[in-house]
Design a protein around this ligand. Structure first.
Ligand SMILES: [Mg+2]
Length: 444
């Protein structure tokens, strides 16, 4: 049995925890350089603001509808994410962090009222972090994802699904008839693993809802689409094909993490692992022609080694400007490790997550002409390294992974932080939870 726990409108919710003036009003979070809406409150969704819609297209709603916009604050979101994940992890024997605001829990062998546990989990996360979440339970990961979608939608749009499925939904406890009704009420594009392209092709072929999809012949789907879609349908029918730590890639971030063969106790070991993960993440990023605005780095001890002291640091570092350059990404990751590492712990797992992803093309604006990077030699104009990166990727493809890699890193945490002015973030909120001088003030 799996659960998927997902924060509702994560970035907006993080902002609201510290700025009550944003509650109950339409709010959007803008990407770095304040170009596009990357998160929307329910009220903003109701105004018709679309995901990734350019800010200039909706700006008029500031006056006409009271729309509020804030600049993305990934340092805050990353920290809130680790707090939320730590609370969620207490509720099941195993957790798989899937994205900045989603994690799967493995409830195998757990008895009792799962919906009750889900409500308790939800209330605890809300109390300890201020973040509202939705919880979906299902016998497969794809069904847990679907249950989560139902829980969230039932909460946001009363009438879309039966009210008792709102916030926490367990598909297993539904009667067969109710389950089919829920399947029939869900568009096929909302299924995990069905992308926009495949979704459109399915609809063209008359497969509009989840119910239509589960009734398809899997052999035909495999022939006309892919093995992946076949697996998805099997999962929707209750046959588990994806175990923990096995999942299609999330769309809005790139996560590379791994458990170590044996515990790592020295900073050099963590640096080595994190450098490799950052390089690999950068490679995937370039493959999808994207750029990242921030990088999250984490490493952790094992909660199962109960005699060990526990330490699970995590930090999200905003980059000078969005990049897919391995040197910058590895540099920022390594600097973060040095900032977080403490001796005396047995670390068993590390990872790197690239967030605030955007198309690489967007970077070629006016800003690029004047932008500079700092290195040991001081400031100098940034040279275009895309040819170098392409060559590196080609060599690694031909001669095997990591044939060519980044040997040293020049970006320090100090640089990336102090110089974040290079990214336009006129409306960024304070980094409430990670900076002493930006802590919230209470006047009594
Ligand atoms: Mg979410």
């Amino acid at each position: 049995m799996f659960a998927l726990v997902d924060a509702n409108n994560m970035y907006v919710s993080c902002e609201r925890v510290f700025q009550p003036r944003l509650c109950g009003r339409p709010v959007v979070v803008l990407s770095s350089n304040d170009g596009a809406c990357i998160a929307r409150s329910n009220e903003a969704k109701d105004l018709g603001v679309k995901m990734a819609q350019p800010w200039f297209q909706v700006r008029h709603l500031e006056r006409s509808a009271g729309l509020l916009a804030v600049s993305a604050n990934f340092e805050l979101y990353g920290d809130m994410s680790s707090r939320m994940m730590a609370v969620v992890a207490r509720f099941a024997p195993r957790q798989e962090v899937y994205s900045i605001d989603e994690s799967f829990l493995d409830f195998d062998g757990v008895r009792g009222d799962l919906v009750g546990i889900g409500r308790d989990l939800r209330a605890t996360v809300l109390m300890e972090t201020g973040l509202p979440t939705s919880v979906g339970f299902g016998p497969t990961k794809t069904l847990a994802k679907l249950a989560n979608h139902i829980a969230k939608t039932a909460d946001r749009k009363p009438g879309s699904y039966p009210g008792h499925l709102s916030q926490v939904c367990n598909l297993v406890t539904l009667s067969e008839a109710d389950r089919l009704k829920a399947f029939a009420a869900t568009e096929v594009g909302n299924v995990w693993g069905v992308g926009r392209k495949i979704g459109a092709r399915l609809v063209e072929g008359g497969v509009r809802t989840v119910l239509d999809l589960v009734r398809c012949d899997v052999a035909t789907l495999r022939r006309q689409f892919s093995v992946v879609l076949e697996k998805t349908v099997l999962e929707l029918r209750g046959t588990s094909c994806l175990s923990m730590d096995e999942a299609p890639a999330a769309k809005q971030q790139i996560l590379v993490s791994r458990s170590f063969g044996k515990a790592v106790t020295d900073v050099a070991g963590i640096v080595e692992a994190v450098s490799e993960f950052a390089s690999r993440a950068a490679e995937s990023l370039r493959l999808q022609e994207g750029a990242a605005g921030a990088i999250n780095v984490f490493f952790t001890t094992s909660p199962f080694r109960q005699n060990d002291r526990q330490h699970s640091p995590s930090v999200t570092v905003p980059l000078i400007r969005p990049t897919s350059d391995s040197r910058h990404l590895v540099g920022a990751a390594v600097a973060a490790v040095h900032r977080l590492f403490r001796p005396g712990f047995n670390y068993v797992k590390a990872g790197v997550m690239l967030v605030d992803l955007q198309p690489a093309g967007q970077r070629q604006g006016k800003l690029d002409l004047f932008s500079v990077v700092s290195d040991a030699a001081g400031e100098r104009p940034e040279r275009d390294r895309s040819a170098l990166m392409a060559t590196m990727d080609e060599l690694n493809r031909r001669f095997g992974r990591s044939s060519v890699h980044i040997g040293s890193a020049s970006t320090s945490a100090h640089d990336t932080d102090e110089r974040s002015w290079a990214t336009r973030q006129e409306r960024r909120s304070p980094r409430f939870t990670t900076r002493w001088d930006e802590m919230p003030m209470v006047r009594a």
